[in-house]
Design a protein around this ligand. Sequence first.
Ligand SMILES: Cc1ncc(COP(=O)(O)O)c(C=O)c1O
Length: 251
Amino acid sequence: MMKLLSQHPIGSHTQIWLIFNSPSNPTGAAYSAEELKMLTDVLLEFPKVNILSDDIYEHLTFDDFNFVTLVEVEPKLYDRTVTCNGVSKGYAMTGWRIGYAGGPKKIISAMRKIQSQSTSNPCTISQWAALAALTGPKDFIHENKYIFEERRNLVVKELSTIDGISCPIPNGAFYVYPDISKLIGKKTQSGNVISNDEQFALSLLEEKNVAVVFGAAFGLSPNFRISFATSMDELQTACDRISSFCKNLVD
Ligand SMILES: Cc1ncc(COP(=O)(O)O)c(C=O)c1O
C-alpha cells in the first residue's frame, strides 16, 4: 500500500479512499488487532487518505476471534474514517434495507444531501425494526455465531477432502473462498474444459445444480465463493455434489 500511495502523489483536491472490510466478503478473512496496527501505521504516514470501514460482519466471527476496528486500534484516524454497518448480517435482517454510518460531520452531511435527493429515506417500519434490533436483547447474536461456526466447520472439512481444492479457514462472515488452481485445464463429464473459475462455476451449476460465485467477479482467481448462510442439510448436499463433480474431472 505504501508503494502504491508513493507512486500516486496526492494533489490538494484529490480524494483518496481506502475501502476496508473485515471480516470480509468474499473470503471470510478477518484482521486481528496486531494486523490492523501494521495497516494503521502506514495510514498515519498518509494523512490525505480517507478510510471507509465496512464493519457489517462485526458480530459474525469464529474461534474466539476478537473483532476490533481500525479506529479502536489507532484513534488518530478517527477524523478521517467513515464507519458503516447495518442490520443485514448480525441481526439477520437483510430485506429490511437498513444501514448506517458514522464519521466526520462534513462527510456525513454531504452523504445526507445526496441520499435525500436520490432515495429519500427507508420506510419507518424498517427504521423502528432496526432500532428494536440494536437496542433489544443480544443473546441470539452469540447463539448464531455457534450455528455459523458449525456450518463453516462442515464446509471446510468437506471441501478439504476434495482433491484439487484448497480451502483456507475463515475467521468470520459466512463465506469460504477455496482455491481451485489445481483443477484448471481439466475436463468435466460433459466435456467442458475448466479454463478458469467462471467456467468452473458455470459447469457446477449446469451439471450439479450448485450455485457458487466465481472468484474473477471479486478480482482474485482461480477461486470460488460459497455462502454458508443456509442449513447444514443443504450444505452437506452441496458439498457432496461438488465432491462428485470434482471426482469426475479428467485431465
Ligand atoms: C461487505 C458487505 N457490506 C455490506 C453488506 C450489506 O448489504 P445490505 O445491507 O444491502 O444487505 C454486505 C452484504 O452482502 C456485504 O457483504
